[in-house]
Design a protein around this ligand. Structure first.
Ligand SMILES: Nc1ncnc2c1ncn2[C@@H]1O[C@H](COP(=O)(O)OP(=O)(O)OP(=O)(O)O)[C@@H](O)[C@H]1O
Ligand SMILES: [Mg+2]
Length: 180
């Protein structure tokens, strides 16, 4: 029987959470897994509409995502979270509530992220125009023992995807897809 779990991405804005989450979802669906993505940006427009970026609101947002992921995961779905989730204690609390949890730290330097500046936010944050911007004017606590670290400043997207799927197979979160 297919077993659900939560695939939890964490990392700074622009580190590649949404990009890799979407590619992983595509590959997992191709292998007949049921998959749902809870993307930070989308969640903030519905499930967490009205919440801001204080520590309290961020924690509430992440706890809600964790709660929904757990409901999905225990019903055989691979639930993917792609939200910054800056605080270690809340991530670890969510991990403790899960039976199967796989955390991916999307690591990338601020220099590289500012260069990339996908949403134009680093330029503003570095100019002091955005309060509570994670990594610049708000904390980010790196995971201490994530199941996987992806250095998106160094790796190509396709290599990161292969590494992720390979690790999920090796750690028996999913069946080996070779030869299918
Ligand atoms: N190895 C990699 N993995 C993922 N993304 C990468 C990688 N290398 C380069 N990129 C690029 O980095 C950017 C990541 O943007 P993305 O929107 O996925 O970030 P995010 O972590 O979801 O940010 P946010 O928290 O603001 O939503 C994309 O333009 C992507 O193509
Ligand atoms: Mg994103």
């Amino acid at each position: 029987m297919d077993e659900g779990f939560t695939l939890w991405f964490t990392g700074l804005s622009g580190a590649g959470k949404s990009t890799l989450a979407n590619l992983a979802a595509e590959e997992l669906r191709r292998r007949s897994h049921r998959v749902e993505i809870l993307d930070g940006d989308e969640v903030r427009m519905n499930l967490s509409k009205g919440l801001g970026f204080s520590k309290e609101d961020r924690d509430t947002n992440i706890r809600r995502i964790g709660y929904v992921c757990n409901l999905l995961a225990r019903n055989g779905v691979i639930a993917i979270s792609a939200a910054i989730s800056p605080y270690r204690d809340v991530r670890d609390e969510i991990r403790r509530n899960h039976r199967r949890f796989f955390e991916v730290y999307m690591k990338c330097s601020i220099e590289k992220l500012s260069e990339r500046d996908v949403k134009g936010l680093y330029r503003k944050a570095l100019a002091g125009e955005i309060k509570n911007f994670t990594g610049i004017s708000d904390p980010y606590e790196e995971p201490l023992s994530p199941e996987l670290v992806i250095d998106s400043g160094l790796e190509r997207v396709e290599d990161s995807l292969q590494k992720l799927i390979g690790t999920l197979e090796a750690m028996k979160y999913i069946r080996n897809g070779a030869g299918r």
